[in-house]
Design a binder for this molecule. Structure first.
Ligand code: KIV
Length: 267
């Protein structure tokens, strides 16, 4: 089936037309081909790779080199989806020059079609400068995992009136600065819906209820790859932990008993 490439204007048109945007994370070419063939709109090479691929306890150690490596291999499998790549911790916080230079590296070396950074009004200058360099930038507000040590854990944000008001203002400031979309992580559903109505750019939610313009999940979470991670927002669409465990155990059993390889598997 031939389908049009999803671009930033496509995503903005989807919001205007009330069509929901689907987004999943991806870290390698094999998964990318599956996601692309399945028809997902946006693929995010997320710095969540620091946790689900590297086995760390936060995203803060992830480097530019690691993001570029994963972005490059994912980009080999893309034909339809829009390829969004995370800017890792400390690749944009120290200066606007860093932000533009590193966003540029993700495009030039990683094949990114747009980039995502975390933070509210304090990132408006970086967003403006990246956008003016011709690179579309998505802003990530609410729970911003790169600030885990400041926030004090992976917690829902915007629960009290003052925090909610600040998030709403941040969303408008980031739109004005040139963000092409907003990602909202772990914010109360009514607030996410209010922000979605208040801005004209698309909003993508994770743990933000049904009122956003689109949804994103970490692919390993939605496929049920990790038995010990089961947050309320991460609906499981498969239980690959059990499927993979069963397949590996069957292989071990067949090798040990001599059933595999059989004649059909031999030359
Ligand atoms: O890095 C990531 O996977 C993300 C998602 C949680 C949205 O930013």
């Amino acid at each position: 089936m031939s389908r049009n490439k999803v671009t930033v204007p496509t995503l903005q048109r989807m919001k205007r037309e009330g069509r929901k945007i689907t987004m999943l994370t991806c870290y390698d070419a094999t998964f990318m081909r599956i996601l692309d063939d399945a028809g997902v709109d946006v693929v995010l090479v997320g710095d969540s790779l620091g946790m689900v691929i590297q086995g760390g306890t936060s995203t803060t150690p992830v480097t530019m080199e690691e993001m570029i490596y994963h972005a490059r291999i994912v980009s080999r499998g893309v034909t339809h989806a829009h390829l969004l790549v995370d800017m890792p911790f400390m690749s944009y916080q120290a200066s606007v020059e860093d932000a533009v230079r590193n966003a540029g590296r993700l495009v030039k070396e990683g094949g990114a079609e747009s980039v995502k950074l975390e933070g509210g009004r304090e990132r408006a200058d970086a967003v403006r400068a990246i956008d003016q360099a011709g690179i579309p930038v998505m802003a990530h507000i609410g729970l911003t995992p790169q600030s885990v040590h400041k926030i004090g854990g992976f917690k829902v944000q915007g629960k009290d009136q003052a925090q909610a008001m600040r998030l709403l203002e941040d969303a408008k400031i980031l739109e004005e600065a040139g963000a092409y979309a907003l990602l909202m992580e772990c914010v109360p559903a009514p607030l996410a819906e209010e922000i979605t109505r208040a801005v004209s750019i698309p909003t993508i939610g994770i743990g933000a209820g049904p009122g956003t313009d689109g949804q994103v999940l970490v692919i390993y979470d939605m496929l049920g790859m990790n038995n010990s991670f089961n947050p309320r927002f991460a609906k499981r669409y498969a239980d690959l932990h059990s499927v993979i465990t069963g397949a590996v155990q069957a292989y071990i059993e067949e090798v040990r008993s001599g059933v595999f390889p059989s004649k059909e598997n031999s030359y």
